[in-house]
Design a protein around this ligand. Structure first.
Ligand code: SAH
Length: 262
């Protein structure tokens, strides 16, 4: 288990991550997957407090020794997906465990949504980060892109070459900043997007018909009749070509027409 961990070695990248977190002595930082504590130390020097969550007990023990003189670090031996993040956290800064990228991003986004002044600086595997950043018309544009861009302003901080890690992994990485938008996350909208993105290469009309068991209105003739009322050029456009705002407007129309549940 321990040998499979990959650590960030490059000091410049580390500095860039810490600088982009814009930490000050009021900040309480959450770090997910603190490993041997190398990033934790840098964070603790700039912030008021750091909660460092690490699942691997061996790593946690070695970081406990390495960081023992730092009084503002709280090490938490836990699976980050299983715990509630501490309420007083102001920023999340992590070189994330890539295996949990998807669920941990969801969890982080909902956490940030309740803290509109906060943000997260997160390192991901490059491919995953590119999917988060992807725009309509690009192959990678997916439900993940829609979810991230609906809920957050998302920014590429820096691409990180695999040579910056030890042992050297087979993939490159990327550091991303997620800043929550001041919105109430509409679960109905997300459910609608999830349904149609199952058919993202089809046009919107077919995608809606093909996911009709997930719509409020199930029967095909009824659904077809109501879809006639929507803009035809939209209905003919492929799902992966829609901007998030366009999808949101279509969803609102569909709610009015009783096709989607609010
Ligand atoms: N922060 C360190 C290590 C990052 S590697 C650095 O920058 O080099 C990711 C770390 O996440 C590993 O130490 C791994 O043990 C830990 N990890 C993996 N899955 C986890 C989970 N579900 N919850 C908490 N930590 C986890």
């Amino acid at each position: 288990m321990r040998n499979t961990q990959i650590f960030l070695k490059d000091r410049n990248i580390m500095s860039k991550i810490v600088a982009s977190a814009e930490l000050n002595k009021d900040d309480i930082v959450l770090e997910i997957g603190s490993g041997d504590g190398r990033l934790t130390r840098e964070l603790a020097e700039k912030a008021a407090r750091v909660y460092a969550v690490e699942r691997d007990l061996n790593l946690l023990d070695s970081s406990k020794i390495a960081l023992k003189e730092l009084k503002n670090v709280e090490l938490i031996n836990a699976d980050a997906l299983e715990i509630d993040f501490p309420e007083d956290v102001t920023k999340i800064v992590s070189n994330l465990p890539y295996a949990i990228s998807s669920p941990v991003t969801t969890k982080i986004v909902y956490f940030l949504n309740k803290r509109p002044n906060s943000f997260a600086i997160l390192m991901y595997q490059k491919e995953f980060g590119e999917r988060m950043l992807s725009i309509p018309g690009i192959r990678d544009y997916s439900m993940l892109s829609v979810f991230c861009q609906y809920t957050c302003d998302i920014e590429r901080i820096i691409n990180v070459n695999k040579a910056c890690f030890r042992p050297m992994p087979s993939v490159d990485s990327i550091v991303i900043k997620l800043s929550p938008k001041r919105i109430t996350i509409d679960e109905g909208f997300l459910a609608f997007c999830r349904a149609i993105f199952q058919h993202k290469k089809k046009n919107l009309y077919s995608a809606i018909l093909d996911s009709r068991e997930k719509m409020a209105l199930h029967t095909k003739p009824e659904l077809k009749a109501r879809l006639e009322k929507l803009d035809e050029s939209f209905m003919r456009r492929k799902v992966f070509l829609f901007e998030v705002d366009e999808l949101l407007n279509i969803y609102k129309e569909m709610v009015k027409l009783g096709i989607c549940q609010k």
